[in-house]
Design a protein around this ligand. Structure first.
Ligand code: 0X9
Ligand code: ZN
Length: 298
């Protein structure tokens, strides 16, 4: 089976990226943008067939238990590198940056100790509760986030306390060619608009129409209906300090979204984080169509 059609552990994902870089040196480059708290690489794969292009940045698995994200990223990498002729136009038009495992320590922990672990693995001072929610540690309304160290959405001891988040933010700011930011999460089947756009009608309209193109592209595969929403319309809480809100509001990236992958259930159930690998081919196909629809707007 393809590496995108089963769940790969952290080492296997890193090896797959290395294999792609070795087999396609003319278009693929590995960029380790930093290290996790426990010292694992934050490994980005860049695909490019020439200089001077705008780029999309895709991040998945910032939440350690959302395993369905990385296969969709590996599938996109597989499509772009193994169907070079068919996908020539996609590489001619823009560059792609993929960060399949944004929270390596959490991911390893979710394989070895606790399947539904969500946060990073950095210990907290004077507390037995470990970890910070890395999707609450970015510089957008960070200060309004959750300050309970034992919460699954703890925002951290300070802004960018997590080396993973600091590395991502620095990489984005250092790469001005990145004009599209996509955070891949699960679950709920949503395409989420950045919070800041809510108060700006023009920006809202532009973001919404791009999201609706992705919605159509997904629905065309097998009828799956994602929902285009603001996060607080989709979830019964406000999420402060998220990466894609920061990318939009502070890093000047005009197109920024979170995708919440399947299943589509809206009520919280830990089982929804655990998707049978039999479903990956369809999810991968749907996401690939969405990612292609997105880059058309670069
Ligand atoms: O809570 C989150 O970080 C995301 N949902 S998840 O179930 N994957 O944890 C949603 C983030 C989007 N929220 C806002 N921008 N407000
Ligand atoms: Zn998430």
């Amino acid at each position: 089976s393809l590496p995108s059609e089963r769940y790969l552990n952290f080492d296997e994902i890193m090896e797959y990226i290395e294999l792609v870089a070795t087999t396609h040196p003319e278009i693929a480059t590995i960029i380790d943008i930093g290290s996790s708290w426990e010292g694992r690489p934050l490994r980005v794969l860049k695909l490019s067939n020439g200089p001077g292009k705008e780029a999309i940045f895709l991040e998945s698995l910032i939440h350690a238990n959302e395993w369905v994200g990385p296969p969709t990223i590996l599938h996109a990498i597989h499509e772009l590198t193994s169907n070079l002729l068919e996908n020539q136009a996609l590489l001619d038009a823009n560059d792609w940056y993929f960060l399949p495992v944004a929270n390596p320590d959490g991911y390893v922990f979710s394989w070895t100790e606790d399947r539904i672990w969500r946060k990073t693995r950095r210990p907290n001072n004077d507390s037995d509760c470990v970890g910070t929610d890395p999707n609450r540690n970015f510089d957008y309304k960070w200060e309004d986030g959750n300050s309970d160290m034992c919460s699954g959405s703890y925002h951290g001891s300070r802004l960018y306390s997590e080396p993973e988040c600091e590395a991502i933010a620095k990489f984005i700011l250092d790469h001005k060619e990145i004009t599209f930011y996509l955070a891949v999460h699960s679950y709920g089947q949503f395409i989420l608009l950045p919070w800041e756009a809510e108060n700006h009608q023009h920006e809202h309209n532009a973001l919404k129409s791009v999201a609706e193109d992705a919605f159509q592209a997904i629905a065309a595969v097998n009828g799956t209906q994602y929902k285009v929403r603001y996060a607080h319309e989709a979830f019964p809480y406000f999420a402060h300090g998220t990466s894609y809100d920061w990318a939009y509001a502070k890093a000047g990236i005009r197109l920024s979204y979170t995708m919440e992958l399947p299943p589509g259930d809206e009520k919280y159930d830990r089982q929804n984080l655990i998707v049978d690998s039999k479903q990956l081919p369809l999810i991968n196909a749907e996401c690939w169509e969405a990612y292609k629809a997105f880059v058309l707007h670069l």
